[in-house]
Design a protein around this ligand. Structure first.
Ligand code: HAM
Length: 425
């Protein structure tokens, strides 16, 4: 038997009803904040990711689905392609490719779609997963560097999670400064690690060489006392970065968005500058980050584009759904009517009635005249319908239908013309 590939899964009803409700809510929120949708390809030139996410990151060095694409004709050349592990790089590529900087305005773009990383699968971690993300990007003259962008984005996220119905989230906030700050901080970390690193785990010993920032990400209990004593990034920010971060925090305070400063938060992508953040949720176990994001002021230039500071985030939709389910969220049963034709020749009349009702906005499912009444009732209950509508010869002739509320058991006769309104109320 052929099964779904390791780390991938089928999303099935009734869960998909919850997914669709989340999608509809976030699209509505994005519209209110004046974001518009962008759809970029699911695969891109491999270099796009190595140059943006970073050669040294786990994502690029271990987790990408990459293949050599053969040339099919003389006019094509073979090239290395990769299933997108994230969508920020694709959005910035599109921004540059379509000359968006010439518009001179901020671009506020959102996306919803699958991403691919060859990680070790576990609860909340898949090889194909879904992200809901957004980016604000534009020339500095359009205000793209302003701390107001950061604060407005975080305020939107808090509202979005509230509207989707996720309770008990926590915002973890940090600033990683600019490239020069990070170079100084890395140097300080290297120096602080040098006398102690031999006591640490093998991963940390390697990280101390290649990318000392990643040491902060270590989960090994024995290493924690050492990590606690390492220098902190916020002490290494230059004056403009310090002021930027202070302004973001002051605005979050002004709109009463609670947050915790977490100087150990290391995001797994290299393009970040200044503000970085994650929203975590207790119901998710080890994979507690529902979403992550931050500022990426030099990303466009590193891809050969114009100066275009930006900030964005991506929600792990799989994790958001797990969080909602952990809080007891159930997809709404929304079938309003089960239409049960009763007796030979009644299918046609049931179809006509179903058409009328559905066109009037009633959700309705349709049985079959070959079913006995008892079976129709059972099927109506299984379908989660609120009402069953019996379509027999007498009903059609009288223009009046027997309907039963399957929750209360109440049974009434309703004239055809009033049926849709009755079923919807
Ligand atoms: P990221 O932190 O790599 O950031 O991913 C964002 C979110 O995607 C995570 O917080 C998590 O919820 C979800 N996620 C990541 N990997 C998996 C997985 N294997 N299975 C399930 N969910 C996963 C980014 O991707 C950045 N592009 C975010 C961003 C946008 N930064 C600026 N703009």
């Amino acid at each position: 038997m052929i099964k779904a590939v390791r780390g991938t899964r089928d999303l099935l009803p009734p869960d998909t009803d919850l997914w669709n409700r989340v999608d509809a809510t976030v699209r509505d929120v994005f519209a209110r904040y004046n974001y518009h949708e962008i759809r970029t390809p699911i695969f891109e030139d491999t270099q796009l990711f190595s140059r943006s996410v970073g050669e040294e990151t786990d994502i690029v060095s271990k987790e990408m689905f990459t293949w050599e694409d053969r040339a099919r004709g003389q006019s094509e050349k073979a090239q290395s392609l990769t299933l997108r592990p994230e969508n920020t790089a694709g959005v910035v590529r599109a921004y540059i490719e379509h000359g968006y900087d010439k518009k001179g305005t901020l671009q506020k773009l959102y996306y919803v779609g699958p991403q691919f990383r060859r990680e070790r699968p576990q609860k909340g971690r898949y090889r194909q997963f879904f992200q809901i993300g957004a980016e604000i990007i534009g020339p500095p003259s359009a205000g793209s560097e302003s701390p107001l962008r950061d604060a407005e984005l975080l305020e939107m996220l808090a509202s979005l999670l509230d509207e989707v119905g996720l309770r008990g989230w926590q915002l973890q906030l940090n600033s990683v400064g600019c490239a020069e700050d990070r170079a100084r901080y890395n140097q300080a970390l290297r120096e602080a690690l040098q006398p102690v690193v031999h006591q640490m785990c093998a991963d940390c010993q390697r990280r101390a060489e290649t990318n000392p920032l990643r040491v902060l990400d270590c989960k090994v209990p024995e290493d924690q006392p050492i990590i606690e004593k390492l220098p902190r990034i916020l002490q290494y920010l230059d004056e403009p970065c310090r002021e930027h971060f202070a302004a973001v925090r002051a605005m979050l305070d002004a709109v009463s968005i609670p947050y915790t400063i977490n100087e150990r938060m290391v995001r797994g992508l290299d393009y970040y500058t200044r503000t970085t953040f994650e929203f975590t949720h207790g119901g998710l176990g080890a994979q507690s980050a529902v979403l992550g994001g931050g500022r990426y002021d030099g990303l466009s230039e590193s891809l050969g584009g114009p100066k275009a500071p930006g900030i964005g985030f991506a929600i792990g939709e799989d994790r958001l759904i797990l969080g909602l389910q952990a809080e007891g969220e159930k997809p709404a049963e929304n079938l309003q009517a089960y239409i049960a034709p009763l007796g030979t020749g009644m299918n046609m009349h049931a179809l006509k009635l179903a058409r009328e009702l559905r066109r009037a906005g009633v959700s309705a499912d349709l049985g079959d005249e070959s079913f006995r009444l008892k079976k129709s009732f059972e099927l109506a209950e299984k379908a989660g319908a609120r009402f069953i509508v019996i379509v027999g010869e007498n009903e059609v002739a009288a223009g009046q239908f027997a309907i039963k509320n399957l929750e209360s058991g109440e049974q009434v006769q309703v004239p055809r013309a009033e049926l849709a309104a009755y079923l919807k109320k």
